[in-house]
Design a binder for this molecule. Structure first.
Ligand SMILES: [Zn+2]
Length: 192
């Protein structure tokens, strides 16, 4: 089966037992939002015990507080009433394995998928690439605890976000499935 066929088959099974999920309300029932990484090993529904309708989950590369993540968080509380947020980065994140200069160099060489070796990502594809990557801030990570703290502080200080929304900072450990608190981030996120 192709990926498309697999997804359609899985969706048929899912829709057959959809049941009372058809009556779920639009605002998240449990009133919170999680900002986390797109990493395929992370499933917020499982690691945080969510069911459909419970919470907002905003995902991007790294789980970073980008302008677009903040756009979603503002909608999450302003229009849909969430009152508590979590920023969850994780161990072994791909965003630790390159810098802006590295990805800009890779994309300038080739648009093909790069390979990851001991010394980081390297190009195995062919050109042409594009210099457009230099106009994007890739929000890479050098230290997970620092990136969680930085993102909690950025969200907390944002002019569109009320001071009284508590923000919790955590690192998900891909080796154990556990959420590990970043105390400095949670402290920053609890300031009024
Ligand atoms: Zn990641």
């Amino acid at each position: 089966m192709t990926v498309l066929e697999e997804i359609k088959a899985a969706n048929d099974v899912y829709a057959q037992s959809f049941g009372e999920k058809s009556t779920l309300a639009l605002p998240p029932a449990r009133g919170f939002a999680i900002l986390t990484c797109m990493d395929a090993r992370l499933d917020p529904a499982k690691y945080a015990g969510l069911s459909e309708g419970d919470a907002h989950v905003i995902r991007n590369a790294g789980g970073r507080a980008s302008d677009d993540a903040i756009r979603s968080l503002v909608i999450s509380y302003k229009l849909l009433g969430t009152r508590e947020w979590f920023v969850i980065h994780h161990t072994n994140c791909g965003m630790e394995f390159f810098t802006d200069d590295v990805i800009r160099g890779l994309l300038a060489n080739s648009l093909d998928t790069a390979a990851l070796g001991e010394a980081g990502f390297y190009d195995i594809g062919t050109g042409p690439g594009s210099a457009e990557a230099k106009y994007i801030d890739w929000l890479t990570i050098s230290d997970q605890a620092s990136s969680v703290l930085e993102d909690v502080e950025r969200i907390k200080a944002h002019p569109l976000i009320p001071r009284n929304i508590p923000i919790h900072g955590y690192i998900y450990d891909v080796a154990s499935g556990r959420l590990i608190e970043v105390p400095a981030a949670t402290a920053a996120g609890s300031k009024q």
